[in-house]
Write a protein that binds this ligand. Structure first.
Ligand code: FAD
Ligand code: AMP
Length: 475
């Protein structure tokens, strides 16, 4: 293996590995270094997303939702089953097997594209050199024309909520429980807290979510957030808003969580406590002195809109730089940078990054919320279509939620689309494409949507923005 590469990528998560693959597609020589180690001691590419985030959480969300549907919904379809039993060991085995297949797939992609994958730690030295401490204990210095930093993020730890990996855990631990906790506490009603709370609630835990903010999902459109709150309550998720956790103390085999709200201080006892209070950029031991790469006050690597750091030919992408901590945002940054390095065109439209929360109902959106549009002062119109009026959603026993389209009154441009309902994360792709092409509601209105499909909800919501919905009463 030569020690000189056109591109060295540090970090093989969803930002780093696509950057490596695209750089190789651009005929550059590429190495990608990753130090992710799983609980069994094995190294794996794929970062947080594939090993401990997006993929395992979606595997468990799917399995747990099927469990609930088998218990509560199959009878409605006229499908009679005997007694329904949970086999958590099998559920976890399936989750682990999906993760293994997906992370293994990156190795195959690297091989097919000619990327040299290295398991171990990478540290940027001045002069675009990277010191690698490989998993076999060997050390070597790689020389790179360009370096892409993609070291990702790590869970935020509260000093008064001491993580022990057993009773007080993080999101990764909470994806690998081998028994259903009777009482589960979750600190933080962000995306991760709500998804994990949903999984264990469906599998039988009494779940209490403690959220410091007075409102749920403050970053989402509030019509959607209110609808979500109603469904979560019905599902038995006890979400306490305005509840700020001060500390947690292990008492024997339980955890006492102290939080305060408008009524004063309270203590909640749980069997497991998940801290899901956000993530921080991870740059530990990444940068040697004198590289010229700067961090901002919150610890993110400082970059411009094309992910250039202050050091020549050093780039940074994904969770370690500003912007939403989302796998697809990191992926597109990685691809953009790999194209720019090769002298090709590369750009990213940060205004149309979709967000998805994989609860039931699923929540997804792109663009501005109604609150943001209102605050901007631009006159706007709103169209809403309820899934209760969708034949396909009804057939799926999923007639809950709505699609909401917000558009400018002046030129009809779509400014935001928000969905809560079945497969919202899939439906939002149409809205992302529409907004990427600066579509108007008229463009969506004149686009033929197959019947009966869930996608008709977006079509009808776009029509409703002009009071032209056919399958719902226009208001
Ligand atoms: P990471 O995935 O964190 O990868 C960084 C990699 O770099 C890691 O493997 C790390 O070990 C390695 N590394 C760090 N420093 C070094 C070094 N010095 N040398 C070598 N290797 C190094 N996002 C979504 O878009 N959709 C979801 O559904 C979703 N679900 C999530 C669920 C959970 C429970 C969690 C925790 C996160 C979820 N996310 C989701 C967020 C998503 O996982 C992150 O946005 C994404 O992983 C960021 O990608 P990244 O490549 O920047 O960083
Ligand atoms: P996110 O950053 O989207 O992952 O969400 C993390 C959530 O945790 C935010 O909604 C925070 O308000 C919440 N949070 C952070 N610290 C605390 C705390 N001490 N007690 C309760 N909620 C918290």
């Amino acid at each position: 293996m030569s020690d000189a590469y056109d591109v060295v990528v540090i970090g093989g998560g969803p930002a780093g590995y696509p950057a490596a693959i695209r750089a190789a597609q651009n005929k550059l020589t590429v190495a990608c270094i990753d130090e992710w180690k799983n609980r069994d001691g094995s190294y794996a590419f794929g970062g947080t997303c594939l090993n401990a985030g997006c993929i395992p959480s979606k595997a468990l969300l799917e399995s747990s939702e099927l469990y609930v549907r088998a218990k509560e919904e199959f009878g409605t379809h006229g499908v009679k089953l005997g007694s329904i039993e949970l086999d958590l060991a099998q559920m976890q085995k399936r989750r682990a097997s999906i993760v293994k297949t997906m992370t293994g797939g990156i190795g195959a992609l690297f091989k097919a594209n000619g990327v040299v994958g290295i398991s171990g730690h990478g540290r940027l030295l001045p002069g675009n050199q990277v010191l690698v401490k490989a998993s076999d204990g060997s050390e070597k210095t790689l020389q790179a024309k360009d370096v892409i930093l993609a070291s990702g993020s790590a869970p935020i730890r509260l000093s008064t909520v001491p993580h022990d990996g057993e009773l007080i855990v993080d999101s990764w631990d909470a994806l690998e429980f081998d028994a259903v906790p009777r009482r589960l506490g979750v600190i933080g009603a962000g995306v991760i807290g709500l998804e994990l709370g949903s999984v264990w609630r469906r599998l039988g835990s009494e779940v209490t979510v403690l959220e410091a903010l007075p409102e749920l999902l403050t970053f989402a459109d509030q019509t959607i957030a209110k609808e979500a709150q109603r469904h979560f309550k019905k599902q038995g998720l006890d979400i306490k808003l305005g509840a700020k956790v001060a500390r947690a103390v292990v008492k024997g085999s339980a955890v006492d969580v102290t939080y305060s709200d408008a009524q004063g201080e309270h203590t909640l006892q749980v069997d497991k406590l998940v801290a899901a209070v956000g993530r921080r950029p991870f740059t530990q031991d990444l940068l040697a002195e004198g590289t010229g790469v700067a961090l901002d006050p919150r610890g993110f690597i400082q970059v411009d809109e094309h992910c250039r750091t202050g050091a020549a030919h050093v780039w940074a992408v994904g969770d370690v730089v500003r912007g939403p901590m989302l796998a697809h945002k990191g992926k597109e940054e990685g691809v953009m940078v790999a194209d720019l390095i090769a002298g090709h065109y590369g750009d990213l439209n940060y205004k149309v990054i979709p967000s998805v929360i994989y609860t039931a109902p699923e929540i997804a959106w792109v663009g501005q919320t109604e609150e943001q549009v209102k605050a901007s002062g631009r006159p706007y119109k709103v169209g809403v279509f309820p899934f209760a009026a969708s034949g396909r959603a009804r057939a799926m026993e999923a007639g809950q939620g709505m699609a909401k389209v917000i558009a400018a009154k002046d030129d009809d441009e779509v400014l935001g689309v928000h969905v809560i309902g079945p497969l919202a994360g899939e439906l939002i792709a149409e809205a992302v494409l529409a907004m990427e092409y600066s579509a108007s509601t008229e463009d969506i209105q004149r686009t033929i949507h197959a019947h009966p499909t869930l996608s008709e909800a977006i079509h009808e919501a776009a029509l409703a923005a002009d009071k032209k919905a056919i399958d719902a009463i226009n208001r």
